[in-house]
Design a protein around this ligand. Structure first.
Ligand SMILES: [Zn+2]
Length: 270
C-alpha cells in the first residue's frame, strides 16, 4: 500500500508541548493542540499543566526515561503515593508502568540459544509490571467515571475510552466512544478516538480518518496506521511507516509495535 500521503505529516513543521500528565515532550498538531506520543493524553490550552501537585510530581518522572534510568523510575513510581484519587495521576502512573513492562518484555535477548535464566526472570518481572499498569488503568477508569458523573467533562470521557482501548477492553471502549458521540463537542477528541477504534478493528474507514488527522499534523495517527497495516497483514508497509515515525518522534508504543512486526517477519522468512 502506498502510505506516502500519510507520511507527509512527518515533514510538517510542528510546535512542541510538554505533556501535563507524563512530562514527555511531543509535537502539537497544526491548531496548537494534540495527543502525547508517550501516554496519548490530550493537551490543549484549556488543560493546565500541574493542576494537581501529585500530577506535577508524576510528570517529573519522565526525566528518568530521558536518562534511561529505568530502575530509578521504578523506585520513584513505587514511592510516589498520590494524596488524592485523581484520574489523570492514576493514568500517568499506569502509563509509566506500561512503559516499564514493555521495556522489560522486549529487552529479552531472543538471539541466545535456549531459555536463559536471566530471560525468565525478566519475563516474571515484566508480568509483575503488567499487573501494575493494569491496576492503575482500572483505577483511572473507575475514578474518571465517578468524577464524570459529578462534573461532566469530555477529557474524562476520552480518558475512559483510551484507557479501555489500551487494556484491550473493546466493548467498554466502544461504549465510551458511543457516549462521546452523543455529547462531546471537541471534534479532535472524537475524531482521534474514532480513528483509534476503527484502526484497531481493521475497519477500512480508519484510513480516511488517519488521512484527515495526519493532514492536521497528528503524528500519533501514523501509529494507528501501523496497527491497521499489521491487522491487514501488510507487515512490510507497517515496518516502513513505524520506522519513519520513530525516526521523527519518540514514541515507545510505535517502537514496540515495530519490534513485534520485525520479529514476525524474521520468523516467517525462515
Ligand atoms: Zn503524556
Amino acid at each position: 500500500m502506498d502510505c506516502s500521503k500519510y507520511l507527509a505529516a512527518l515533514d510538517l513543521k510542528a510546535d512542541y508541548a510538554e505533556c501535563p500528565y507524563c512530562g514527555a515532550t511531543f509535537p502539537l498538531g497544526k491548531n496548537g493542540s494534540g495527543f502525547c506520543s508517550f501516554c496519548e493524553g490530550f493537551y490543549d490550552e484549556s488543560v493546565e499543566a500541574g493542576r494537581e501537585d501529585d500530577l506535577a510530581q508524576m510528570a517529573g518522572l519522565h526525566s528518568f526515561i530521558k536518562k534511561s534510568a529505568l530502575s530509578e523510575l521504578e523506585k520513584a513510581l513505587a514511592s510516589l503515593q498520590p494524596k488524592t484519587l485523581d484520574p489523570f495521576t492514576l493514568f500517568a502512573k499506569g502509563s509509566f508502568y506500561r512503559y516499564l513492562s514493555n521495556y522489560r518484555y522486549y529487552d529479552l535477548d531472543y538471539n541466545r540459544q535456549g531459555f536463559m535464566e536471566e530471560n525468565s526472570s525478566n519475563i516474571y518481572e515484566s508480568l509483575d509490571l503488567t499487573a501494575k499498569y493494569k491496576e492503575f488503568f482500572y483505577k483511572a477508569i473507575k475514578v474518571s467515571k465517578e468524577k464524570y458523573s459529578a462534573s461532566p467533562n469530555e477529557i474524562l470521557q476520552y480518558m475512559q475510552f483510551i484507557t479501555n482501548l489500551k487494556l484491550k477492553r473493546r466493548f467498554q471502549a466502544g461504549l465510551a466512544l458511543r457516549e462521546m458521540k452523543t455529547s462531546a463537542k471537541n471534534r479532535e477528541l472524537l475524531d482521534y478516538s474514532e480513528m483509534a477504534y476503527l484502526a484497531e478493528s481493521a475497519d477500512g474507514n480508519a484510513l480516511e480518518m488517519i488521512g484527515r488527522l495526519s493532514e492536521a499534523g497528528n503524528l500519533n495517527s501514523l501509529y494507528y496506521l501501523g496497527e491497521y497495516l499489521v491487522l491487514k497483514k501488510l507487515f512490510k508497509d507497517a515496518e516502513h511507516v513505524l520506522q519513519a515515525l520513530i525516526d521523527k518522534v519518540e514514541m515507545h508504543e510505535a517502537a514496540y509495535l515495530l519490534h513485534r512486526v520485525r520479529t514476525f517477519i524474521d520468523e516467517t522468512s525462515l
